[in-house]
Design a protein around this ligand. Structure first.
Ligand code: FES
Length: 108
């Protein structure tokens, strides 16, 4: 077990996720976790490119190692409630791809 019940990384620095709304997804998760009183229990971090460019905004939730793609504020709210708080990953938003780099664009 890590230092947090859940540790979430949201791609906000890579250019395709940022252009697709990564910052908004991060804000929803960060503020939602704080509002739920989970400071020190769950951690929401900004992350650089996860080498899945073009599928974003991307996020990954540990310790379950569940990756999400194509997020927006509404989906982030659902992930916050069901997975980050409730412990139940949201299957319909899951990112399923072969391990490793899965970029759609070359210059991200
Ligand atoms: S910019 Fe988000 S995965 Fe590359």
């Amino acid at each position: 077990m890590g230092q947090y019940r859940r540790h979430v990384f949201v791609c906000t620095i890579g250019k395709t996720c940022m252009a697709a709304g990564g910052q908004e997804v991060f804000d929803v998760l960060k503020k939602g976790a704080a509002t739920a009183g989970l400071q020190g229990v769950v951690r929401i971090n900004k992350a650089g490119c996860m080498n899945q460019c073009g599928h974003g905004p991307m996020a990954v939730v540990y310790p379950e190692d569940v990756w999400y793609s194509g997020l927006d504020a509404e989906k982030a709210t659902r992930i916050l409630q069901d997975h980050v708080i409730g412990g139940d990953p949201v299957g319909q938003f899951r990112y399923i791809a072969p391990p490793g780099d899965n970029k759609l664009v070359d210059d991200a």
